[in-house]
Write a protein that binds this ligand. Sequence first.
Ligand SMILES: [Zn+2]
Length: 194
Amino acid sequence: MGKAIRRFGVAVVLGITPAVPSAAEQTPSPPLVLTVHVDNHANISAGVLAGARDEASRVYRAIGVTIRWTEGANAATDASPAVRVLLLSRVMANRKIAAEGLPDSVLGQALREVGWTYIYWDRVKAHASKYARNPIEILAIVVAHEIGHLLLPDNGHSPLGIMQAAFDARTAIAPRFTADQAKIIRGVLGGDEP
Ligand SMILES: [Zn+2]
């Protein structure tokens, strides 16, 4: 009886292994939680938003951080660290772009003092079309990048990975945080780093 149970257990483990490929290997010990509140002023469709959330979540899961997304009135109520993503409407975006003289290359901004990011959805769509990419993917990369700025010191840019300053370089391969950035972010979120 005992043997049968043990064999069954092994079979289950082997059975699920292929379904959870690299995430498990890449995830260092206990997952940390970051709450990200989304204000969808750009009226991005639920499907596009959900896709972008999944992609951005994957970037953070790879460094052991679980993103807890909230939207609308569902503001964060627990004590986990929280940041805000403002998906700007065209009017809001144009006003900010004009006021700050932002070049076309700026797809998002981060204001670390208040923990807010600003995402220029029209520009994200334009870039997706220019580089023949899925706008969901580009939105996810921009959101993950700008949240990265809220968590990393100084200007946060690096020559490799998702924190590359140049957008086209950043998207050339599956974007990830570097090992050093992962360590800093996990530390900021309360992880015990050696
Ligand atoms: Zn940047």
